[in-house]
Design a protein around this ligand. Structure first.
Ligand SMILES: Nc1ncnc2c1ncn2[C@@H]1O[C@H](COP(=O)(O)OP(=O)(O)OP(=O)(O)O)[C@@H](O)[C@H]1O
Length: 235
């Protein structure tokens, strides 16, 4: 049996309290096998980012368990959660969050300087096809190139898991496909589990597993027996 990257049990998240309480997650039970590409689909406000933030260690649930390699994130101290994020987790967001005053290489170095066993920044940038752009500043790069710098920054620490929240949300089809190809490469070459949150239902075709989310709960999990490449999916 494949090892699990994550197992959640009864994961619940309530923002606020009393009459203004928002029940963002309503008891989520989810298994994510290690090494898969997982796509999380669901309408706006259904709780996808909340789930991503909790299993990525950026936030805590209100109740329930999130087990990562036999450790329950819910029981970790803030310090342990920081180390979990630093050593195991890479994040990629819709808007690339690069430092505008730093070059591509320097943006990646921000992470490699504090990681345990990092790649060379130039090797991470070569992995995403930006070998020739290492000395460029974000303003000198296209949107897709900036997103690839953000992916290089996230993968340079050799993360166990890569969380991507709408990674192609700001990109046209050609650039978006190039970014999805990079995520596929990261999954295949580094063995990282890749979790992608997206509104683009067609991207589910490149996943090993598709989780359909609605109203804070899982509606359906589909395991793809055959996958499409990013070039083959509709945009
Ligand atoms: N910090 C917060 N405080 C209060 N409510 C929040 C907070 N963050 C999210 N919510 C609410 O929790 C619910 C789930 O939000 P979440 O961002 O997880 O949904 P989503 O599926 O990622 O949506 P989208 O696709 O629009 O990004 C929503 O009703 C949202 O308004």
């Amino acid at each position: 049996m494949t090892a699990l990257a994550y197992r959640t049990k009864g994961l619940t998240k309530v923002y606020g309290e009393g009459r203004s309480a928002v029940h963002a997650l309503r008891g989520v039970d989810l298994d994510i096998p290690q090494g898969e590409i997982v796509v999380l689909l669901g309408p706006s406000g259904s709780g996808k980012s909340t789930l991503l933030n909790i299993i990525g260690g950026l936030d805590r649930g209100s109740a329930g368990e999130v087990v990562f390699q036999d450790q329950n994130l819910a029981e970790m101290s803030d310090r342990q959660l920081t180390l979990y994020r630093r050593n195991h987790v890479g994040f990629v967001f819709q808007f690339y969050n690069l430092m505008p005053s730093l070059t591509a290489r320097e943006n990646v170095e921000l992470v490699t300087e504090i990681a345990r066993d990092p790649m060379e920044p130039d090797a991470a940038l070569a992995l995403v096809g930006l070998r020739e752009r290492v000395d460029h500043f974000p303003a000198q790069l296209s949107g897709g190139e900036q997103q690839r710098v953000a992916i290089a920054r996230a993968v340079a620490k050799r993360p166990t898991v890569l969380f991507c929240d709408e990674p192609t949300g700001a990109l046209d089809s050609k650039t978006g496909r190039a970014v999805l190809n990079v995520l596929k490469d990261v999954n295949e070459k580094l063995g990282a589990t890749v979790l992608i949150v997206t509104h683009a239902a067609s991207q589910a075709a490149m996943a090993d597993r598709v989780i359909h989310f609605a109203d804070g709960a899982i509606r359906e999990v589909v395991v793809n027996t055959s996958k499409l490449t990013p070039e083959e999916i509709d945009w």
